[in-house]
Design a binder for this molecule. Structure first.
Ligand code: NAG
Ligand code: NAG
Ligand code: NAG
Length: 372
């Protein structure tokens, strides 16, 4: 009797030791926090708090976003952004909260903060036509505020460890520097009148180098930086340039390609020069172009028409809102609106970033980046 009960106790203790070991092990391969910088591709509601012409907190945006019950949140898509999906897959219990939301304080920031802003760019002047937006310089200033909040929440030493080892910094920016700056037809607003493409792209790279170096100084170590997608192939560009289904705007894609080459070199340079940091290059350009070119292979019925929008042959002029025409089958459109991919497309893109090979994500994929 005596022996039996102590054997039993021993077994129980062993059981709990194993359980807690498993819990720690399980916790170890989960991402701590996701810090998201960028533009409308990953904005999760910051522009709701700005006086701006670029907003997505109107239906039917968010119609497939489960956490809000289909109500708009400020995301420029029908469901989740790539940042949301990547966070879910890497084991974060909640989506990173928008920095400007008044309740993004205290414990709410522990799984990460989103600084992205529709209309924002690398250059400070980008997106001026929307009146207000948060550019990258300011997004980094905001992270500086968050960084101090983590010191208060966890204590400086634990916070530093958490930011350096358990957090991923994603940056999705640059498209607006072309679409809503350099390429703007109004020459007085765009930079094209005063600068060559090479000069403008050089400025972008110089600014981005400063911005990520500032994040590094604030203890960011695991970075993923997206290149600029095929902006000449979005419904907006196809519509205003009156192209046919299979055509894209050459100049826009050429500028994106030129910038992307420089970005790749920059990340190689930063990997060499900033000790302990890993910079991952996300080849969004080729990923999205593959979806557009072979859309039927992935179960889409069109890569040209926006699901939600109005104007021209591809519903590509007026942003998505309550008076827009809305497609029947949202999963069959690569593009949700004139600019942004649908949830279905974002899911395919996110999967490649998480588990894909060096064609799309290099030198490591996001699951490997988390586990470094
Ligand atoms: C903050 O408020 C928004 C809007 O009321 C709500 O949807 C969200 O869940 C809240 N977030 C947190 C972390 O409490
Ligand atoms: C960028 O613009 C903001 C205002 O939107 C301003 O406060 C800031 O100083 C500008 N930064 C640079 C580098 O010009
Ligand atoms: C962060 O803010 C402090 C002031 O609170 C400033 O001294 C420091 O230079 C800032 N760091 C970066 C990288 O911007």
């Amino acid at each position: 009797m005596e022996i039996n009960s102590s054997a039993c106790t021993l077994a129980l203790i062993l059981f709990f030791v194993i359980l807690s070991y498993l819990a720690i092990a399980a916790d170890d391969d989960k991402l701590g926090a996701s810090f998201i910088f960028g533009d409308s591709l990953v904005d999760a509601g910051n522009n709701n708090y700005l006086q701006t012409l670029s907003k997505a907190n109107i239906p039917p945006n968010g119609i497939d976003f489960k956490p809000s019950g289909g109500n708009p949140t400020g995301r420029y898509t029908n469901g989740r952004t790539i940042g949301d999906i990547v966070g879910e897959e890497l084991g974060i219990p909640n989506h990173a909260v928008p920095f400007l939301a008044p309740n993004s304080t205290g414990e709410a920031i522990i799984y990460g903060v989103n600084y992205a802003s529709g209309g924002g760019g690398i250059m400070n002047a980008t997106g001026r036509i929307f009146v207000n937006r948060i550019g990258m310089d300011i997004q980094v200033d905001y992270f500086n505020i968050t960084r101090k909040q983590f010191d208060q929440l966890m204590g400086p030493s634990k916070a530093r460890d958490y930011i350096m080892k358990k957090s991923i910094f994603s940056i999705t920016i640059g498209a607006n520097d072309f679409l809503n700056n350099y390429l703007l037809p109004v020459l007085s607003i765009g930079e094209r009148i005063s600068e060559s493409p090479d000069g403008f792209i050089n400025d972008m790279i110089t600014h981005l180098r400063d911005q990520v170096t500032r994040l590094y100084k604030l203890d960011a170590r695991k970075f993923v930086i997206g290149n600029v997608g095929p902006i000449g192939c979005i419904p907006y560009q196809k519509t205003i340039n009156q192209l046919s289904e299979n055509e894209c705007v050459g100049l826009a894609n050429k500028l994106a390609g030129q910038y992307n080459g420089r970005l790749k070199d920059l990340l190689t340079e930063l990997n060499d020069n900033l000790p302990g940091a890993t910079f991952v290059y996300a080849n969004v350009y080729d990923l999205v172009l593959e979806l557009i070119t072979n859309y039927d292979k992935y179960g889409f019925s069109t890569a040209t028409r926006a699901c939600c929008g109005n104007g021209g042959q591809f519903a590509g002029i007026i942003p998505c809102g309550p008076t827009s025409s809305l497609c029947q089958d949202r999963d069959k459109h690569v593009f949700w609106d004139p600019y942004h991919p649908s949830d279905a497309a974002n899911l395919l893109i996110a999967k490649q970033l998480l588990d894909g090979d060096t064609k799309y994500i290099s030198p490591v994929n996001l699951r490997q980046l988390r586990d470094l």
